[in-house]
Design a protein around this ligand. Structure first.
Ligand code: PTJ
Length: 262
């Protein structure tokens, strides 16, 4: 195991990568998941590795949607279980109506069980999706396997780190889709009615805080909050944030250059 010095400027990122590599060795994460993580990291870098105001507002709206939902489900793949099992369990505890279902692109029965076990170890009592029996229409991959009492019946589905085909199939099936995806250009972010263009762990922690805060709100107030954001506007806001940040960094870079080199 490589020792990562605490003084390294990217210490947290390196520790996270090493943790994901270890979870890949255990079969929770697939090799493709490491690539997906790298892409996420790159977008987070561009966004400043902080939740910006529009993303915070989107998460507030997502909390209201989940509180208003009759049958909300949180879909978990290998990356989500590896990065945020504790946050998933904490959110489910704060929102007892929320079901948690394992849904994998690279599905084997053993891997589904591994991912579920990761969640149970974090304290989650009930995990759906290990032996799914129903199919989501229009999704030929293994992601189409769903629980009849979970995603198939859900009215609101929270899908972090997903693929566009799945988000589209869920919307076609009449679900309200809340996606978590740092890439504002992804098909998932475009297909979802509510794209949260922010980092998964930050989103889940904020979502839990918001669920607890909004729990006593009247339904009317929740409906107003839920309708306070708009998908295309949220994606545009993320792109503007990236663009403004790059412009500012480019100006700084020029200013910092020694005068002789200009
Ligand atoms: O566990 P499986 O078999 O279901 O496979 C899961 C992966 C992640 C391999 C699969 O869903 C996949 O290939 O995903 P994609 O199509 O690469 O999409 C993942 C998206 O999540 C990308 O747009 C990334 O930018 C984004 N992403 C990655 N890490 C994070 C993230 N978004 C938010 N927070 C992150 N930590």
């Amino acid at each position: 195991v490589t020792r990562i010095p605490r003084s390294h400027p990217r210490y947290r990122s390196l520790v996270l990568r090493s943790d994901l590599a270890e979870k890949m060795a255990r079969g929770v994460v697939v090799p493709e998941g490491l690539m997906a993580h790298g892409r996420g990291e790159a977008f987070d870098y561009l966004l400043g590795e902080r939740s910006y105001p529009e993303a915070l507002q989107a998460t507030r709206a997502a909390a209201a949607r989940l509180l208003l939902a009759q049958r909300p489900v949180l879909s978990v793949n290998g990356n989500v279980a590896a990065l945020a099992a504790n946050e998933v369990a904490a959110l489910a505890k704060a929102l007892p109506s929320l079901k948690v279902e394992v849904n994998l692109f690279h599905r084997t029965p053993g891997r589904a069980e591994q991912v579920a076990e990761e969640l149970r170890r974090a304290g989650l009592r009930t995990v759906l999706g290990v032996h799914p029996t129903a199919r989501l229409r229009g999704l030929p991959s293994d992601r189409g396997w769903v629980e009849a009492t979970g995603i198939l019946l859900a009215d609101v589905v929270l899908v972090p780190l997903e693929d566009g085909d799945r988000a589209e199939a869920l919307v076609r099936a009449g679900k309200f889709v809340i996606a978590v995806d740092l890439n504002p250009l992804s098909r998932t972010a475009r297909a979802a009615q509510l794209p949260l263009v922010d980092e998964l762990v930050r989103v889940l922690r904020h979502l839990k805080t918001e669920v607890v805060r909004q729990r006593r709100f009247p339904r009317r107030a929740l409906a107003t909050l839920a309708a306070s954001v708009d998908g295309p506007e949220l994606r545009a806001a993320a792109l503007r944030r990236i663009s403004a940040r790059l412009e500012a960094l480019a100006r700084e870079d020029v200013r910092e250059r020694p005068s002789k080199a200009r």
